[in-house]
Design a protein around this ligand. Structure first.
Ligand SMILES: NC(=O)c1ccc[n+]([C@@H]2O[C@H](COP(=O)([O-])OP(=O)(O)OC[C@H]3O[C@@H](n4cnc5c(N)ncnc54)[C@H](O)[C@@H]3O)[C@@H](O)[C@H]2O)c1
Ligand SMILES: O=c1ccn([C@@H]2O[C@H](COP(=O)(O)OP(=O)(O)O[C@H]3O[C@H](CO)[C@@H](O)[C@H](O)[C@H]3O)[C@@H](O)[C@H]2O)c(=O)[nH]1
Length: 430
């Protein structure tokens, strides 16, 4: 089938390239000329393992990109994969979604025959029905359920493993309100269901699909925060939190995934999505106390790490190496990374910061142009008074003699990745 995707970032590009791989013809619509040019030249605009190969293979054939909304006219369906960032109060900012819905509506006004509009972005419950549908109705002069249908298909891929996650999903969630919409979605997803070995396909309502995405992320973020809360208690008693968490993970009702304790969760999704659903719940008069506590525990972890450092050294004028700048290993994305919080506090305290990351240095340099950046962990450690390990890159586990070059070998490990050795003043955050 030929369909379009508005927004060609992490999600839009991954989904488009994967659907092209599955045999569909996909048109990516984006307002960013550079992204469109890159895709049409077969270059991948983002760093994501396996994606560049797919983009190169399908560009100009199954995968096309454009800034022209008119190219949507000869497609049967359109996914909205636009950013849904936070407003200052944490609530969801639907600006890009609304702008795209209006542009799409103006385009659909000129289309003969029906069209399916699928929200792929993470949006709070009722957004597709109450905001997206009416905007398209207004701009197109057509009615939902008549001239076009609406649907919601949340995305669960993770950055760093986006292609594998998309092509091998645990579940596919299809929210719709007409048979016609479900039929089109079935046709789009059939090759994926086939390739992925028939994962559960959950057919549900549109607002349920929207809420499933938040519930999924809220549960995972809270699971990590509970692991951190328990690990903090373990530390007070001198108990090994790894042993405790690994063992409770053996209970099949708990499971071992997302019990990794340490500095907590960052990235472009968990922080903004927990904030958005908390704000939305408050807007309806419900106070989500457990979810707020998960956020509070997460916010407290970087400060606990800095307290451990302050117990050992005076930060003013001290050279501190921050190892790991990305929000997690395997990506160059620094959005809401724990390292950004640490660096902010270190700068405020008068420390000289030297950062190192295998791939995220250039992104961090844009955020903090005035700190120093090293080309290797060894260079960052040389002459440092202390080191903070913020991301669990594998290469940090192999560090050994490199610590000997530190001026004073204070190492606070936020991810339990560094191997303890003689000669360093090592402390794990949890
Ligand atoms: N990044 C992830 O891992 C992930 C995973 C699951 C769900 N999500 C959700 O998917 C959505 C998209 O996230 P993302 O990370 O891909 O965002 P992104 O910022 O990487 O990409 C968004 C793209 O939309 C384009 N855009 C903005 N306004 C536009 C308009 N009016 N018309 C056309 N294009 C426009 C931007 O130029 C950009 O290329 C968000 O709701 C996010 O919460 C993200
Ligand atoms: O045991 C763990 C696992 C993760 N993290 C941290 O949690 C954050 C998020 O990690 P991860 O979930 O792997 O990355 P994302 O790419 O942000 O993916 C999440 O957010 C996406 C956007 O909504 C969803 O699609 C995914 O399903 C969901 O896992 C990172 O800072 C990790 O360091 C931990 O601290 N401990």
């Amino acid at each position: 089938m030929k369909f379009s995707i508005i927004g060609s970032g992490y999600v839009g590009t991954t989904v488009a390239a994967c659907f092209a791989e599955l045999g569909h013809r996909v048109v990516n619509v984006d307002i960013d000329d550079d992204i469109v040019r890159a895709l049409n030249e077969g270059r991948c605009p983002i760093h994501e393992p396996g994606l560049a190969e797919l983009v190169e293979r399908h560009a100009g054939d199954g995968l096309r990109a454009t800034t022209d909304y008119d190219e949507i006219l000869d497609t049967e369906a359109t996914f909205l994969a636009l950013p849904t960032p936070s407003n200052d109060d944490g609530s969801i900012d639907l600006g890009a979604m609304k702008a795209a819905a209006t542009s799409l509506g103006e385009t659909l006004a000129r289309k003969d025959g029906s069209h399916l509009v699928v929200t792929k972005s993470t949006v709070v419950p009722t957004t597709t029905v109450d905001v997206i549908g009416p905007r398209i109705e207004e701009a197109s002069g057509k009615r939902v359920g008549e001239g076009f249908d609406i649907a919601m298909n949340p995305e669960f891929l993770r950055e760093g493993t986006a292609v594998d996650d998309f092509l091998g999903p645990d579940k596919i969630v299809l929210g719709a309100q007409t048979e016609r919409a479900y039929e089109t979605l079935d046709e789009i997803f059939a090759p994926l269901v086939d390739r992925a070995g028939n994962p559960p396909v959950v057919k549900t309502g549109i607002s349920e699909a929207e809420m499933i995405k938040y519930a999924n992320n809220a549960f995972l973020a809270s699971k990590i925060s509970l692991a951190n809360d328990l690990a903090n208690i373990c530390k007070e008693f001198g108990v090994d939190s790894d042993e405790v968490l690994e063992t409770i993970g053996l209970d099949s009702r708990i499971g071992s995934a997302f019990l990794g304790a340490g500095l907590g969760w960052g990235g472009s999704c968990f922080p903004k999505d927990t904030a958005a659903i908390i704000a939305a719940a408050r807007g309806r008069g419900y106070e989500p106390r457990l979810l707020q506590a998960a956020v509070d525990v997460n916010d407290g972890q970087p400060e606990r790490m800095l307290d451990l450092l302050r117990e050992r050294i005076d930060l003013d004028g001290t050279r501190v190496a921050v190892l790991g700048l990305a929000f997690k290993p395997g990506t160059d994305d620094i959005r809401k990374s724990r390292a950004t919080l640490l660096i902010n506090s270190l700068i405020d305290a008068g420390a000289d910061v030297v950062g190192y990351d295998p791939v995220a240095t250039e992104n961090m340099r844009e955020r903090f142009p005035d700190i120093e950046y090293a080309d290797s962990a060894a260079d960052a450690l040389a002459g440092a008074d202390a080191a903070l390990v913020a991301t669990d890159w594998d290469e940090f586990a192999a560090l050994d003699d490199e610590f000997d070059a530190m001026r004073s070998p204070v190492v606070i490990d936020g991810r339990r990745i560094v191997t303890r050795r003689d000669g360093i003043d090592y402390e794990s955050l949890v």
